[in-house]
Design a protein around this ligand. Structure first.
Ligand code: TXA
Ligand code: MG
Length: 353
């Protein structure tokens, strides 16, 4: 299949191109498109065949449900039931934006889209190109991240093409994704809200709107437990190289990484380091990739998946990453980083001084 790549500037949208992309989706085809979080691989959410095509293009197990993207609140009521007041409060505060909410589904949503579940995940993105495409496609786009299953989510059209060119009808290039990590997922299907996947909209931001404590699915912290979001059980975001995360006081982390890297290099490995901008200069060997200044977690979130993909492209065999502060979006960064590392960590705070 020939994949057409079309560039669209969200400040000056080419409506002719959007109309064509919308027609592809209405006819049952697939279009990858930019959102503020990561690129999505879109098909008609109400067409079971489109959802099956999405699973096969991604090489994704079909029990892992897709998020339905909408462009206006009225459309939520067409696909979801029992929408609690608290969910409406969050929609008012954070939609359009990087927040997904899960509700009981209406029969119009096919089981193929929800991975066989009776619930549906819904998100209203803020990216203007995404919103125009949703409207042009009939209102409901099912879209997982536009990567081959198991690779880091793509934050640019170039990364989408690496995984999807030849497999889908069209890619819309809208530049680099602003947030860089997937949306926060909040489950409302059992009454009380629970965070199933941390993201840019942090637990603190959710709690400040709802005025109550909101917990995170405990299975995310316990390896072996089954998380409520089926996708969270997979070792996502896995780079080809072996990734280890090092916790501890900044100077000790630098010292430890320097000694691990020099040993690996002596043994003939190619080695990469994921570092804060402040520490980047302190590493003596290996390929250092700064992801953002310490304490600026937004910057780190924006760069993390790009850096993981670059290490893949460079065939890096061993990667060491500093651990990042878990405040705000930091919880999402550490969730993705630890999954990418298969939970391989060195904790210097637990070693004797
Ligand atoms: O930011 C995002 O959310 C991006 C962009 C494209 O919108 N999309 C995305 O989709 O990350 P995906 O498919 O890569 O991740 C969706 C996650 C998976 O872990 C899936 O298991 C979970 O959401 N999920 C979807 N529907 C669910 C449901 N009904 N119940 C529980 N988990 C669900
Ligand atoms: Mg994904």
């Amino acid at each position: 299949m020939n994949t057409e790549v079309v560039t669209i500037n969200q400040d000056n949208i080419d409506h002719g191109a959007i109309k064509r992309a919308g027609e592809i989706i209405r006819r049952g085809g697939l279009v990858a498109f930019p959102t503020e979080t990561v690129y999505g691989l879109g098909g008609d959410a109400l067409n079971p065949e489109s959802s099956q095509k999405i699973y096969s293009a991604k090489g994704r197990p079909s029990d892992n449900p897709l998020i339905v993207h909408i462009s206006k609140l009225d459309d939520l009521y067409k696909i979801a039931e029992e929408i609690p007041e608290d969910a409406l409060k969050l929609s008012e505060a954070y939609w359009p934006g990087p927040l997904t909410m899960i509700f009981k589904k209406k029969p119009i949503v096919p089981k193929e889209t929800t991975g066989g579940l009776e619930t549906v995940a819904v998100r209203m993105p803020s990216d203007k190109t995404a919103r125009a495409l949703i409207e042009a496609s009939g209102g409901f786009i099912a879209a997982p991240s536009a990567n081959i299953s198991g690779r880091p989510s793509p934050t640019s059209a170039k990364f989408v093409c690496e995984d999807m060119c030849g497999r889908i009808d069209m890619i819309i290039d809208g530049g680099d994704s602003e947030v860089g990590l997937e949306s926060t997922i909040v489950d409302f299907s059992e009454g009380k809200p629970v965070i199933l996947r941390p993201g840019f909209i942090s637990a603190e931001m959710i709690q400040s709107v709802l005025g109550v404590y909101v917990g995170t699915d405990p299975a995310l912290k316990h390896e072996g437990d089954r998380p409520k979001a089926p996708g969270m059980k997979y070792r996502h975001y896995a780079p080809k190289g072996e990734l280890t995360v090092i916790y501890g006081a900044s100077d000790r982390v630098v010292e430890k990484i320097n000694s691990l890297v020099s040993e690996d290099i002596r043994n003939g490995y190619s080695v990469g380091i994921i570092a804060s901008s402040e520490n980047a200069k302190k590493y003596r060997e290996g390929t250092v990739k700064p992801v953002g200044s310490a304490g600026n977690n937004e910057e780190t979130a924006h760069s993390l998946f790009r850096v993981l993909r670059e290490f893949d492209d460079e065939n890096t065999e061993k990667i060491y990453s500093e651990a990042f502060d878990e405040k705000g979006v930091g919880a999402a960064i550490m969730n993705r980083l630890l999954k990418a590392a298969g939970h391989k960590i060195i904790d210097l705070t637990k070693e004797d001084l």
